[in-house]
Design a protein around this ligand. Structure first.
Ligand code: SAM
Length: 341
């Protein structure tokens, strides 16, 4: 009862209508990216004008409001977070909450700018980063990312490791594109000491291809990997949607994020802030709340707190991604780069 009263007043923990506590905020700090991964973006993307994007100070204000309300984990993403000018100063600033409500401040990156920023991120208090990497073949890498150079990303990963950051590799499983090297990716991660998470391609945003062609259920990937590796059950959780196994041969973990074959909504603890300050309460639903208006309306946080409280009352039970439903069209029109992957 105390919680309900506090929440109504814009102060208490964030509990959604299904009793789930919101403890994880993902923040897209920019919609821009220095790659154009074929399943993620169209080659020519229209990016947002600067005036629509939250300033670093505004992002800090919103994230801090969430942390005051019980968010314990913040992940900066994009777009590509490391192309946002001043990103390290934002990390530095948010790091003041570590140990004072915030347990973890982390990033998801394509690794392209990681060599430049790894040490500063580690010095600020970042302990882990997720690096998206779908292939270890340079030609394939260029084809998938359209613009990327694999050696540069591998250098970034090496720099992050040297700076003491734990690295988790995120790999989207793509039929006909990287399905033949997923075992090799697992072996490489094992050798390098990285955990690995496989992700199913999600029908988000129009791209130049039909995603149905490349959709690869992770049940198949897992069965193939199990022929090469011995999986041990583990109850390891990161607060994210992945379900993990431990690989006996490498001692590392492999996670599976299966939004299409296994709905991960029942334990959802997160919300997503876009670069323009829209709060999406579900990755796969259209409803959102405009926190930028609340932030810009008043220098006091009362409006912001009230807008957050109201938004959480609208967090839906889950999404209903179905690959191929309606053909090649996206289930939600937003690209992952808008909502923040
Ligand atoms: N630029 C950063 C990166 O590359 O990690 C952060 C943003 S990116 C949108 C985050 C993650 O979303 C990446 O791992 C990317 O592969 C994944 N992603 C993008 N579009 C996706 C889709 N339609 N289905 C599944 N994963 C997707």
């Amino acid at each position: 009862m105390q919680d309900v009263i506090a929440q109504t007043a814009g102060k208490g923990p964030l509990i959604d209508p299904f009793g789930r506590a919101v403890t994880y905020l993902r923040v897209s700090v920019t919609d821009r990216c220095d790659f154009r991964c074929t399943y993620c973006m169209a080659e020519t993307m229209q990016f947002l004008p600067k005036s629509e994007v939250l300033s670093l100070e505004e992002i800090d204000r919103v994230a801090s409001a969430f942390i005051r309300r019980g968010v314990r984990k913040v992940r900066l993403t994009g777009g590509e977070p490391l192309v946002r000018r001043g990103i390290v100063s934002l990390v530095d600033s948010l790091a003041r909450h570590l140990g004072r409500g915030l347990d973890e401040l982390t990033l998801t990156t394509n690794g392209n700018q990681l060599a430049k920023h790894a040490e500063a991120l580690a010095a600020a208090g970042v302990r882990r980063v997720n690096v998206s990497l779908d292939t270890l073949d340079p030609d394939r890498f260029r084809r998938i990312t359209r613009w990327g150079e694999l050696p540069r990303v591998l250098d970034g990963i090496a720099a992050a490791k040297a700076a003491g950051l734990a690295i988790k590799i995120n790999t989207v499983a793509l039929r006909g594109i990287n399905e033949d090297e997923l075992g090799d990716m697992a072996a490489w991660c094992g050798r390098e000491g990285h955990d690995l998470t496989f992700i199913e391609t999600m029908p988000m945003g129009e791209v130049d291809e039909d995603r149905t062609d490349h959709y690869l259920p992770l049940s198949i990937v897992r069965a193939e990997l199990a022929k090469r590796f011995t999986f041990r059950p583990t109850d390891y959780v990161t607060g994210g949607p992945a379900r993990y196994v431990e690989v006996a041969e490498t001692g590392r973990r492999i996670g599976f994020i299966t939004p299409l074959t296994h709905n991960f909504c029942e334990s959802c603890n997160r919300v997503r802030l876009t670069a323009t300050g829209r709060l999406y309460m579900c990755l796969g639903q259209e409803d959102s709340a405009d926190l930028r208006a609340a932030v810009r309306r008043s220098p006091s946080d009362a409006d912001l707190d009230a807008a957050i409280t109201e938004a959480i009352t609208r967090k839906p039970k889950g999404h209903d991604f179905v690959i191929g439903r309606g053909g090649p069209r996206a289930a939600v029109p937003r690209h992952m780069s808008v909502t923040g992957g």
